[in-house]
Design a protein around this ligand. Structure first.
Ligand SMILES: NC(=O)c1ccc[n+]([C@@H]2O[C@H](COP(=O)([O-])OP(=O)(O)OC[C@H]3O[C@@H](n4cnc5c(N)ncnc54)[C@H](O)[C@@H]3O)[C@@H](O)[C@H]2O)c1
Length: 392
């Protein structure tokens, strides 16, 4: 009798792992089929998992989806090509974006021209010719000047003469962009205008950090009364997540890039648990497409596992979370095509229409559960104390 160990049956050892069995890419293959049949490993594999997470867990049962946007996405045309179709299909319920993406979105809503250029041009010559460059995207300096003037003229109106959350501000701005689109006989060109039409709140985490914020600041020196209520934004975003979770829905974050909008979207959970003292477990699903690495300790590259430690993501759903290290200009069109072909459109939640009630709901819960002194968190680690920093 031989002592040789019999090799374990491959069916048992690999039971959890489907055979890597690619099909040849056919000439008429759809983007969704390409994702399923040819993106099988490494970041291709993560992109396929991301597509499945979106269509099989995040979108079903009317789950809430917050999308965060960083990187120069709208100048690359991703507003028109992907974000607007996703919004119109009811696949995005709320947004946190850099002001830059919203500012550059305005060029499309105002029908201004951006051009496909090259990253290898002489920037001194471009400057002389009045051409602005974002890597390989080019546009005339007048695009900036005209967009700035549009922002200033709109916000000089009576509706804007008050303090408001950035969601309300973007909703009002979107109304004027939508009106300009109608005048220009163009449609589905601007994320801001589409968000206005679909009732999708858009927040920005650093309102001063964009040309929109720069124009708002300049107008303040002309006695404009427009101010941003940052506290309202922090509470309103937390309120949206509380509204989702307390209503029995999942809360998912769909993160493109990283930066401050990523944290602004994720911090809603610690705001509910750690600051307001309301029992909660974290966002249900986390999907990020980024170029940022985790080993620098930076926020942009922080993994969903790290987010679990902060209470931002539910530990039970961590195995479902996906990080895909891919340029958003590649990942977003593929993910958009996949969702649009594999999931039916959803009804709009129109969260902007209920913003006061949504905020009131978390406020009344917080006033019951929260304290000024150290809170008892749902993680049951804290003891009440009001002597922080006083004890030797
Ligand atoms: N005119 C304006 O209003 C204004 C103001 C600020 C910034 N900007 C411009 O906006 C652009 C974006 O600025 P930002 O604040 O988002 O910072 P950023 O471009 O550094 O992006 C933030 C993070 O997102 C990730 N990221 C960026 N692009 C990505 C991509 N294509 N794919 C995957 N991940 C990506 C990176 O990890 C990065 O750390 C820049 O071109 C900037 O110059 C314009």
């Amino acid at each position: 009798m031989s002592n040789k160990k019999k090799p374990a049956k491959s069916s048992k050892k690999f039971a959890a792992y489907p055979r890597l069995n690619p099909l040849g890419v056919g000439r008429n293959i759809s983007a969704a089929d390409l994702v399923d049949s040819a993106l099988l490993a490494y970041n291709g594999g993560r992109l396929r998992e991301a597509a499945h997470l979106l269509t099989r867990k995040m979108l079903p049962k009317n789950g809430f989806i917050g999308m965060s946007l960083t990187g120069a996405l709208t100048p690359a045309g991703l507003g028109k090509s992907c974000i607007i179709p996703l919004m119109k299909a009811g696949f995005v319920d709320w947004v946190v974006s850099t002001g830059a993406n919203l500012y550059h979105d305005l060029h499309f809503g105002l029908d201004m021209a951006l051009h496909q250029g090259s990253p290898f041009l002489d920037d001194v010559m471009l400057h002389r010719d009045g051409v602005i460059r974002i890597y390989d995207v080019l546009f005339d300096y007048n695009v900036l000047l005209d967009t700035d003037a549009f922002v200033r003229e709109v916000i000089a109106g009576p509706e804007f003469q008050k303090t408001m959350g950035t969601d309300e501000f973007h909703f009002l701005l979107g109304k004027y962009v939508a009106a300009r689109q109608r005048k220009l006989r163009i449609k589905d060109s601007s994320v801001l205008a589409t968000a206005f039409e679909c009732g999708i709140p858009i927040f920005t985490s650093s309102p001063g950090d964009s040309s929109i914020g720069m124009n708002v600041a300049a107008m303040a020196m002309r006695d404009s009364k427009l101010q941003f209520d940052i506290n309202r934004d922090v509470n309103q975003t937390a309120a949206i997540v509380y509204h989702a979770k307390s209503g029995g829905h999942t809360s998912s974050v769909l993160i493109f890039g990283g930066g401050s909008p990523k944290n602004f979207m994720l911090q809603t959970e610690p705001q509910i648990q750690e600051v307001m003292g309301i029992q909660e477990r974290g966002h249900d699903y986390f999907l990020q497409c980024t170029d940022a690495r985790p080993d620098t300790g930076g926020l942009s590259g922080a993994t969903p596992a790290e987010a679990v430690s902060w209470g931002k993501v539910d530990p039970d759903t961590l195995p479902d979370c996906v990080v895909c290290y891919a340029d958003s200009t590649i990942a977003m069109p593929l993910l958009s095509a996949y969702c649009l072909s594999r999931h039916r459109p959803r009804n709009y939640k129109r969260l902007v229409d209920h913003r006061d009630q949504i905020l009131e709901r978390v406020k009344s819960k917080y006033l019951k559960t929260g304290t000024v002194t150290k809170i008892l968190t749902s993680r049951k680690v804290a003891k009440r104390a009001s002597t922080v920093g006083l004890k030797k």
